[in-house]
Design a binder for this molecule. Structure first.
Ligand SMILES: NC(=O)c1ccc[n+]([C@@H]2O[C@H](COP(=O)([O-])OP(=O)(O)OC[C@H]3O[C@@H](n4cnc5c(N)ncnc54)[C@H](OP(=O)(O)O)[C@@H]3O)[C@@H](O)[C@H]2O)c1
Length: 212
């Protein structure tokens, strides 16, 4: 059987780790980026050589998406809080009969521990950005749901590179609950690829946290 084919849209901090995680899992990996030179500066030559397809274009352009998506099983976005991108990716996933869209949201958009309080309400003391983030991520989540596709929304706290994946990231994953304020790009990429390759988190908002 052919390995699963994933398309990663946007190769920034999270996207770069998703490329590595997907290759480590033996998947076929394509990327869509706006700037080839940036991609080549970010990824080692050995990684670039293992990509099935590198498409340069904007993920908010339907024509670009219809050129790059065929042949992919799952699409993972390396960019969130972008309503145009959410709408375009979701509708293109539907049009191109892709199995699933995995999308990064924010920890503002899961529930707090009690399962009743929206988590952003618990975080409002951190600043006015909290409500803005909640609304921006929420608009994307709504657009994805309205597209009537299979999806997983990953809702991290702050992300940054830790240089390696935690051995126990699976144990930190929570469904529609806040897992903690920080998750490494490496652990976040593990969750996104786990969401892409299994049906464990289909239709859910999930979070995870890295603890040192
Ligand atoms: N980092 C955090 O602490 C954090 C926390 C919670 C949630 N998030 C969410 O997670 C997402 C990923 O985080 P990150 O830190 O990896 O972000 P990042 O480093 O800024 O990466 C985003 C990538 O998306 C690409 N991109 C943007 N618009 C695009 C488009 N229209 N078509 C194709 N590619 C596009 C950017 O490419 P260019 O180089 O061309 O601009 C960039 O490489 C964020 O967008 C955010 O919504 C992040």
């Amino acid at each position: 059987m052919q390995p699963l084919s994933v398309l990663i849209v946007g190769v920034g901090g999270l996207g770069k780790c998703m490329v590595q995680e997907a290759l480590d899992r033996g998947l076929r990996v394509s990327v869509l980026v706006r700037d080839r030179a940036k991609l080549e500066a970010e990824l080692a030559e050995e990684i670039l050589a293992r990509l099935s397809k590198t498409k340069v274009g904007d993920g908010t352009h339907a024509k670009v998406l219809d050129e790059v998506m065929p042949g992919s099983d799952v699409v993972l976005s390396g960019r969130g809080a972008d309503l145009d991108l959410a709408r375009e990716l979701a509708t293109a996933v539907k049009r191109n009969d892709i199995k699933k869209l995995c999308w990064p949201g924010g920890t503002t958009n899961v529930m707090a521990d009690d399962g009743v309080t929206p988590n952003y309400k618990r975080l409002l003391h951190l600043g006015s950005w909290v409500e803005g983030a909640y609304r921006a991520h929420g608009a994307c989540i709504d657009a994805i749901r309205q597209a009537d596709i299979n999806y997983v929304i990953f809702c991290p706290g702050r992300m940054d590179s830790a240089g390696r994946r935690s051995p126990d990231v699976r144990r930190s994953v929570r469904i529609n609950r806040d897992a903690g304020p920080f998750v490494s790009y490496e652990d976040a990429a593990w969750v996104m690829l786990e969401a892409a390759t299994t049906n464990t988190y289909d239709g859910q908002l999930v979070s995870a946290a890295t603890k040192f």
